[in-house]
Design a protein around this ligand. Sequence first.
Ligand code: GLU
Length: 478
Amino acid sequence: MATNILVADEDTHFFGDVCKNFDYAAQFTKHDAGLLDQIKSCNSVYRFRFPIRRGNGFEVIDAWRVEHSHHQSPTKGGIRYSEMVNEDEVMALAALMTYKCAIVNVPFGGAKGGIKINPKNYTVSELENITRRYTVELIKKNFIGPSIDVPAPDYGSGEREMSWIADTYATMNPGQLDAMGAVTGKPIALHGIAGRREATGRGVAIAIRECVSFGEDMQKIGLLPGLAGKKVIVQGLGNVGYYSAKFLAEFGALIVGLCEFEGAIYNEDGLDIEAVFQHRKATGSILGYAGAKKEFKNTMEGLEQPCDILVPAALENQITEDNIRNIQAKIIAEGANGPTSPEAEAIFYANGGIIIPDMYANAGGVTVSYFEWLKNLSHVAFGRMNRRFEENSNLNLVNMVEGITGTSLTPMQRSTIIKGASELELVNSGLEDTMIRSYHEIRETYKSNPAIGTLRSAAMVGAINKIAVSYQNLGIWP
Ligand code: GLU
């Protein structure tokens, strides 16, 4: 009988799991043991506690910021607001950020933050107090800054929290021209970037589309190539899950199952994501949605329904030895960080499945955070300098070709060809290019040596090699 494990366990040894994967992948590299140890370790772990006023008294809040690797500056990673946050988890997530950035060629080291609260139990003004005080604690210890460490949203936080962080940082650093580059995932009106909100989910969908495009790989796992009609179950209707589902549906997949805390729904003919999202907003639950053919009070049963692709986009440690054999999908695409245990992964591969690993699959968020950081440092929106120039050049070209050939384009064809790129189009194009190139890199490594065994280990081999080069360039290792 499946148990409800949507909530992460205190005792997950998550960092240990990440290190295990590192050690396995390291065998396929040629680096010095000392260098490998340096790459693997968490460089700085800052644990702190601070009081906030609550009701008639005070409450002490536990918080962390971990900078895993300084082979590149700044370090980068989100801040998780969750009652279940613990030091092991923040260390693991910071390490994953290091490898994730290396995999998608984003020039940052990895970091992660954690605030041990359930945001649902606090008022907006309490959350603002907590976030601003957390930021001040980071400033005091030099754990934040556009060239030091740049936070972003993660589970339980979003644009609102990032704007409080940006404002606190700017207030405490008057006159610092690049202050807005101290945090990403900000609202567009506060120096954010178009496309950041949906970036992680869009990246997950592109990763899956790329994976299923290889006929020979699909044949091995008994699927036809292409996304059209593929049945997908998504766990988590938060930012990552919602946008993953939305873009997968746009790319032609059929979303047959959705799972949340309160339960799961299923319809083999497809669910309308937007309608389910609105239903949940109105009623507080995905259960009771009229378009579902089956409902499960136990969310984990939802993961075990028939489908081709499963996208766990909630929390870590959801798919374990206990439930992996019941998963019917052939592909698991990890929208969340660490949703599959190493034991479950081994069983899944042995049974002929493949896993698109978190540190690649969900790297779209940090990729677009990188674009936001670049925008903040350059103080100009992408496309602002060249859009009209491009449009004029395209117009001249179209007029000339029409003149020479004596044909004329339809108004629709003209506007498509002439149009200069907007910030959103540039961001989406950069994201797509990043996800596709990185998949090809990982796949090539995976195919280069059957002993590597999983896409996760292949991704890790690539990450280790790139980080090692950074250390070598710094002159630290020969
Ligand atoms: N929290 C996100 C992640 O795990 C985004 C990090 C970022 O944008 O820096 O990748």
